[in-house]
Design a protein around this ligand. Structure first.
Ligand SMILES: [Zn+2]
Length: 367
């Protein structure tokens, strides 16, 4: 990510690319765009944008990978592999979700990919409970990574990006039924907006033991911002949440996984303990606490594939049918409609059971 650090002389290039991006459908990512945080890009726009980037790179307009917005959103949907960590290593998968809901618009593929239906989420949590996973807090994971001090068997961290209201209304009841903890990365400037948690819900989640992290004020792609704006977004989101909660906020997640060396340093110097990215990986080292890798859990993920992502055994037949778990653990599961119709193409190397679920899968990359 250090290769993104140079902002010098990049303004003109970015201005050109952002101008073009603004003309593309679904690329309305610029400051103040009144769109939900995670429902922005269409594949076509991203593809066109990649072509522009390639062209610019070939003509030496763009010597390094650009932080232009559409490309960055695509990066969040199709994460890069994490850099190879150095030093003592700690294995702990850090999952990240967006919505816990049934995608309201079947035509919205991006919305689908970001929406884990509550019934599916319940099955996933039941799977973790059934197979001896230890759901730990992000702070516990960071402490272990920092000190290489070890973790319980099958450790796992659950995180949720954007601070949607369904974290409070749908995810928390399921998490609490298992005694699981989690972190919600809240866009501080969107609390109380439609679909997002209200400040009082954020406070209530915090008081119930869930961790609230910062996710900037306006959900901007940090690497595309001028330094002063990037600093303000990081700092102000921390201050707003700390004022609301009355205690330090130590965790940051970079919107769209967009960050550079400057942003990492700002996060560190402003007092964050860690910053989560969207690069794909489960092995961490103390030198990478400000670029923590995570595993994206998207909509329509078959439980058998989920099991492989988290490093567990294949699910039992009862788990696959949604009938596993103690009777008291949760309310009756799964309206039939909760199963989304298009199922994603799992990556990498899907198992036969993972691919046989739907003949109508999009050819994409939702993890
Ligand atoms: Zn986000």
């Amino acid at each position: 990510m250090g290769k993104w650090t140079s902002r010098t002389g990049r303004g003109a290039i970015l201005a050109l690319l952002l101008l073009v991006a603004g003309m593309l459908p679904g690329a309305g990512l610029l400051r103040g765009a009144p769109v939900p945080a995670a429902t922005i890009v269409q594949g076509t726009a991203a593809d066109e944008f990649n072509e522009l980037n390639d062209l610019a790179r070939r003509t030496r307009l763009l010597p390094t990978p650009s932080p232009a917005p559409a490309q960055l959103i695509l990066a969040e949907l199709n994460p890069a592999k994490a850099p190879v960590p150095t030093g003592p290593l700690t294995y702990v998968p850090i999952l990240y979700y967006h919505y816990i809901r049934i995608n309201p618009n079947p035509q919205d593929r991006v919305g689908f990919s970001l929406s884990t239906p509550p019934a599916m989420f319940r099955m996933q949590m039941q799977y973790l409970a059934d197979h001896g996973f230890h759901v730990i807090s992000l702070h516990q994971a960071v402490t272990a990574i920092k000190n290489h001090s070890g973790l319980p068997s099958r450790p796992i961290v659950l995180t949720f990006d954007d601070g949607y209201a369904d974290f409070f209304t749908a995810a928390i009841p399921i998490l609490r039924s298992h005694g699981f903890t989690a972190t919600s990365f809240v866009i501080s400037g969107r609390m109380g907006w439609g679909g997002f948690m209200t400040p009082s819900q954020v406070v209530a989640a915090d008081s119930q033991g869930f961790t609230i992290g910062a996710h900037t004020v306006d959900h901007v792609a940090l690497a595309a911002q001028a330094p002063a704006r990037a600093t303000w977004e990081i700092k102000q989101s921390k201050l707003m949440l700390e004022e609301l909660l009355g205690h330090p906020v130590l965790d940051l997640a970079y919107p769209y996984g967009s960050f550079n060396g400057y942003d990492m340093e700002q996060a560190r110097s402003l007092g964050f303990e860690t910053a989560a990215s969207t690069t794909y990986g489960s092995v961490h080292s103390a030198g990478q606490l400000f670029m923590l890798s995570r595993l994206r859990i998207g909509g329509g993920l078959p439980l058998s594939y989920y099991a492989r992502v988290v490093g567990g055994p294949p699910p039992t037949l009862a788990e696959l049918s949604g009938s596993a778990g103690s009777p008291a653990a949760s309310p009756p599961a799964a309206k039939p409609s909760a199963a989304p119709s298009p199922s994603p193409t799992p990556i990498p190397s899907p198992s036969p059971s993972a691919t046989a679920l739907s003949p109508n899968r999009p050819t994409a990359l939702w993890l």
